[in-house]
Design a protein around this ligand. Structure first.
Ligand code: ZN
Length: 376
């Protein structure tokens, strides 16, 4: 138990029991957290990110919105991916604790991380009189960071953060950035006709295939010493309704993972030119790479804190996948951001997902130490 009586394992377990599979029930889970945070003195507000569904919200909790000095910011998502078809060893929504692990959907990705920064923040409240501390807990992450990106339209919601932690599972190793993402959908249109009379139609698939071959050969060149090379993959192609009709629409999707410094608008334009006339392009996701200089003064402080808590100097590493750090970065271009949280990242989205209890406790201690050091 921490000083305020809230135990990270119990809180994470409670969150696992609140079903947020596929973004359902986000509001109930966030209302439960808001109640806990308000009791401790946080001001909470909700940001709806889907005009058609009042349950799709993110929670912004601030300890002292009037404070204009730099604050610490913690971010994490409350939604989880579906359970999958395979049978789980334990009920994925029961919050079973067994062998030093909390099992269940979202235990690792990332209810343990949310529980850890909420508990650490609550434990620090008595020391932070008159100072702001910002927690952003959002839904819609598994649908392309919808919750965090929506709130990222308004910097005023967050005051003036001076350092940020996104608590995605990294086994408590700090990541200093990740690749960006650019998802494009190329489309061709034609005119349908009976398959026996193709001359009466205009075949959208026939228009798409040469463009697809040109895109297959494209390889944008850029790399980063820690993130590696930019990658590009053709990931799906859909055309036609049945075997005996001429398709009037074809869609080809492309997944690019970019490195810092790549200009997404320029990439999109050059691929659109390569695809050729008659092929249109839609941007489905566009988040630039996130990178924080490990030599930044706050990162140096965080690294030495981690070295003293874990007994080893943390390795400087990045992720290949993207996270909500991109939303925070889009609002605050100079904000130092670490992606660091409890749980083995290899467990995310898996059947029998779990998070080690020791990982959650260690994350809570790390976050508490970071908060204390930041406001010293
Ligand atoms: Zn996650």
């Amino acid at each position: 138990m921490s000083a305020n009586g809230l135990d990270v394992v119990e809180l994470a377990r409670e969150l696992v029991r609140l079903n947020t599979v596929d973004g359902h029930g986000e509001r109930q889970a966030l209302a439960f957290l808001a109640e806990t945070l308000e009791e401790a003195g946080f001001s909470c507000s909700f940001d709806g990110y889907d005009a058609e569904d009042a349950d799709k919200v993110s929670l912004i909790a601030r300890l002292c919105p009037e404070d204009d000095k730099p604050s610490m910011f913690f971010g994490g998502h409350i939604d989880t991916v579906p359970l999958g078809d395979a049978l789980w060893r334990y009920d994925p929504l029961e919050g079973r604790i067994e062998g030093g692990r909390l099992y269940g959907r979202g235990s690792c990705d990332m209810k343990a991380g949310v529980a850890a920064f909420v508990c650490a923040s609550l434990a620090c409240v008595p020391r932070l009189r008159g100072r702001d501390l910002v927690l952003h807990i959002y839904g819609g992450e598994e649908f392309g960071c919808r919750g965090s990106l929506h709130a990222a339209r308004s910097a005023a919601l967050f005051g003036s953060p001076g350092a940020a932690v996104i608590a995605e599972p990294t086994s408590n190793h700090p990541l200093f950035g990740h690749k960006g993402v650019l998802w494009l959908a190329f489309e061709t249109f034609g005119r349908t006709a009976h398959g026996s009379m193709p001359e009466q139609g205009d075949n959208a698939l026939a228009r798409m295939l040469p463009a697809a071959c040109r895109l297959l050969d494209a390889s944008p060149r850029a790399s980063h010493p820690l993130m590696g090379s930019c990658t590009m993959a053709l990931t799906s192609m859909r055309a036609g309704l049945n075997i005996n009709s001429i398709p009037d629409k074809a869609v080809l999707t492309v997944d690019m993972r970019t490195v810092p410094g790549q200009d997404h608008a320029g990439l999109r334009d050059s691929l659109a030119t390569l695809a050729g006339d008659g092929v249109s392009v839609k941007v489905m996701q566009d988040l630039e790479a996130v990178w924080t200089d490990p030599g930044h003064s706050w990162c140096r402080q965080a690294r030495s804190l981690l070295a003293s808590l874990f007994g080893v100097e943390p390795e400087i590493a990045c992720a290949r996948y993207f996270t909500d750090a991109a939303a925070a970065r889009s609002l605050f271009p100079d904000l130092p951001i670490l992606i660091m949280g409890p749980g083995d990242p290899g467990m995310a989205h898996k059947t029998d997902e779990f998070c080690a209890l020791n990982d959650m406790r260690a994350a809570t201690s790390v976050y508490e130490a970071l908060i204390r050091a930041f406001y010293l």
